[in-house]
Design a protein around this ligand. Structure first.
Ligand code: GLY
Length: 364
């Protein structure tokens, strides 16, 4: 992503990025597995990276590139290598999250074809989960139950860029076709008339017939789960840039308008926009993801208002949420899954990754 308008980053930007790199070094010294979310300010880690391991490897790559630090490069390679055995997962809609920030970046940085091949294998495994009757990739196959075969998550839009990249690398148009068909299903059923999105939509997996909107991590079926809005905004903006399809840019801009208009004055969204309580838990991760998406949308559309909105979000994250302490993640005040009591007012590896991704993009 190049900064075509050459607008300089805001004055606090260098300090925020330098502080982020320092925090990444601290976390790297603390953990040996993949940091997932914090509980009580301490990282819960996973050995295989569940669905978030790509963000830790990706954050290490971002910090390594930013700081030109060989120790961080070694750590980034080591954690990327540990994800590669996941390339054939047949029950994981998050293979884009797993392989784009890690293996594809590793391939670009090192030229090692093993990383490219692993990312292509992951794209094929993702495409292999496509339901051609319903025109969607089901979510949560890793939970294992048959009921997941009929559930489509808004988050999956963020995994489609892996398919678009692999189609470009291999010339296999069927991978791009899966991306377009899943995205069309998402736009038809998950995007609402007011520019907000459902967290999930249920289908009959046998016939592919649509059944209705629902949620898992939001306040209710008709609510606007903040991170879901951010995933949609960002996934559509990236897809628009990768495919040149103006439908995605227009849809991303609609979600962006609704997201930004719903923000409170201090710019960090509540975990769900329908939770109007003054002390509602916030979700800094949604702000970070949206900030990155808005920067992509600004570049895609040439509309500087999206960049201004992204800068507002990043300024608020730096001032209100950046962790100045010695424990936990880069961003405080994220919420992983409030209805299930997980990671409320904590740190998340996806929030941390997109915070640094957006800070980096602001200067590119
Ligand atoms: N993709 C799952 C989440 O955002 O929590």
């Amino acid at each position: 992503m190049t900064n075509r308008d050459s607008t300089p980053p805001p004055p606090w930007h260098a300090a925020a990025l330098a502080h982020a790199v320092t925090q990444v070094r601290r976390i790297d010294a603390e953990v040996s597995d993949f940091p997932h979310i914090t509980e009580g300010g301490r990282w819960r880690t996973t050995a295989d990276g569940v669905w978030t391991g790509g963000f830790w490897a990706g954050l290490l790559w971002l910090a390594a590139i930013q700081a030109r630090d060989a120790t961080l490069v070694d750590a980034a390679r080591r954690m990327t290598d540990r994800l590669l055995p996941r390339m054939h997962d047949q029950h994981n809609h998050d293979l884009g999250f797993m392989f784009y920030p890690s293996a594809i970046v590793a391939f670009r940085q090192t030229g090692n074809l093993a990383y490219r091949d692993a990312a292509i294998a992951a794209a094929r495994a993702l495409a292999g989960q496509f339901n051609p009757d319903g025109n969607y990739i089901p979510g949560w196959g890793f939970f294992g139950g048959a009921e997941w075969q009929g559930q489509v998550l808004i988050d999956t839009l963020m995994n489609l860029p892996l398919l678009a990249w692999a189609a470009g690398e291999t010339g296999d148009a069927s991978l791009l076709d899966v991306a377009h068909r899943h995205a069309a299903t998402s736009l038809r059923y998950l995007l609402r008339a007011d520019g907000s999105v459902y967290h999930m939509f249920r289908f009959d997996p046998a016939s592919g017939a649509p059944l209705g909107g629902d949620t898992y991590q939001g306040a209710g079926p008709e609510s606007a789960w903040a991170r879901g809005q951010a995933w949609a905004l960002t996934g559509l903006a990236i897809l628009g840039a990768m495919t040149g399809d103006a439908t995605y840019a227009a849809a991303s801009a609609r979600v962006a308008r609704t997201f930004v208009d719903a923000l409170p004055p201090e710019r960090i969204p509540p975990w769900d926009f329908h939770d109007r309580q003054p002390d509602a838990a916030r979700d800094a991760s949604a702000a970070a993801i949206a900030a990155y998406g808005l920067l992509r949308l600004a570049r895609l559309t040439g509309n500087p208002a999206h960049r201004d909105d992204a800068v507002d979000l990043l300024a608020a994250l730096w001032q209100r949420c950046a962790n100045r302490g010695e424990e936990g993640g880069l961003l405080l005040h994220a919420t992983a899954d409030l209805p299930h009591g997980l990671g409320i007012d904590e740190s998340t590896m996806y929030g941390d990754y997109y915070y640094v991704k957006a800070l980096t993009a602001l200067a590119e």
